[in-house]
Design a protein around this ligand. Sequence first.
Ligand SMILES: Cc1cc2nc3c(=O)[nH]c(=O)nc-3n(C[C@H](O)[C@H](O)[C@H](O)COP(=O)(O)OP(=O)(O)OC[C@H]3O[C@@H](n4cnc5c(N)ncnc54)[C@H](O)[C@@H]3O)c2cc1C
Length: 417
Amino acid sequence: MSFTDTAIIGAGPYGLSLSAHLSAAGVVHQILGQPMRAWINFMPPGMLLRSEAFASNLHAPLSGFTLEDYYRQKGMRYQPMGMELPLETFVDYARWFQSNLVEDIQAVDVVNLRRVDGHFQLALSDGRSLLARKVVIALGLKGFAQTPVALRGLPERYASHSALYGDLAWAQGKDVVIVGGGQSALGLAALLHEQGSRVHVLMREAGVIWHPRPQASRGILSRLARPDAGLGRGWRSLFLSEYPGLFHMLDQGRRKQIMERSYGASGAWWLRDRVVGKVKISFRTEVRSAAIDNDQVILRGISEDKESAVAADHVIAATGFKTDMRQHAFLSKEIVDAISVNSGLPELTSNFETKVRGLYVIGPASAHSFGPVMRFVYGARHAAPSVARHIAHSLKADARDGVWSSAEGHVLERTGE
Ligand SMILES: Cc1cc2nc3c(=O)[nH]c(=O)nc-3n(C[C@H](O)[C@H](O)[C@H](O)COP(=O)(O)OP(=O)(O)OC[C@H]3O[C@@H](n4cnc5c(N)ncnc54)[C@H](O)[C@@H]3O)c2cc1C
């Protein structure tokens, strides 16, 4: 059995940023998971990032590793706002960040996590196991896909969730219905239409909220009235983007209210021309039931106050995500019970620590404690330094108090070798 001071589960933007910060703080750690898997395997090739370039940095403890630095190094033209940022470029940037700042990723999954004698024991998908004093869960949106009741139970061939794509070649020449009115629905609709699928979007909203293309330069008055911030323009956005610590201080009811009312379904400026007039959209439409008939999926519901039915080869639920730690099958029941309150939402301290001492949650699963910024890469700038500082401090305090000494090594070895 191998040993480390801190295990990071997940190697997306949050895990990679945290690893860089832990290294800088001198904390012996092991990062686990296939780097950027969600971005490489579960987002469609050709997708453009919704976040502006300046808000799409992984966070490093030293200067020289922003997206702008990467563009400069590659000799590419960079613009902080209003620039189209392809998925493939972002993934390559993350690889570059990783190769410079992150040591020894083990591209394996954690299949079991439990407490043993005050430590955490992690069983890995390749048969090895690891003991850690601290564990940080950085699993992004994994397992949190939310599908409307009407579509649950349909065979995979006829129905799926937008969280699964990936390559879209399977849908060429097919009739595809997309349920949802946000960025995922509209982004998929554009890509599917452009590759030759016949697309029909069904959304509950009365229209699409399109974000305007950000102006390259603005006057001081305009900037004062609506300052730029990671999540968008305006003072509210500035608060939510830059002060997740203040959000954490609000009472639960207020936090919930803000989460429900912030950043609802909308589409990025660069999608508008690719969707409007090109893709069929039915507004004020809600799917109530679904069935398979004659090798097609038939969706029935209400559209513009009238009963309606739509047939397609496949339906994609682009209906978002809901945090529920109970969906992480690798967590022992003891841990899930201890950290989950409010139907699977983890309650976190101001340092992202759960009710289980030494166990942290960062990224989208921490959004109910720190606000919507944690659903985006931008939140890593807050989470990574804060958690690294707390872990470094806490390990030092424990070593000083004689609870334990620092880990001597963390190289993973095969069980039984
Ligand atoms: C279609 C789509 C588009 C998006 N566009 C944007 C955007 O433009 N800008 C933006 O800021 N945000 C965007 N987001 C949100 C973004 O995906 C998340 O904010 C971000 O990925 C969270 O990063 P993360 O590091 O927490 O998790 P992820 O990037 O999801 O990484 C999770 C990591 O966990 C690993 N892992 C999974 N299971 C295990 C396991 N059992 N054991 C070990 N490791 C495991 C994976 O291999 C992966 O490395 C988008 C989301 C979607 C679905």
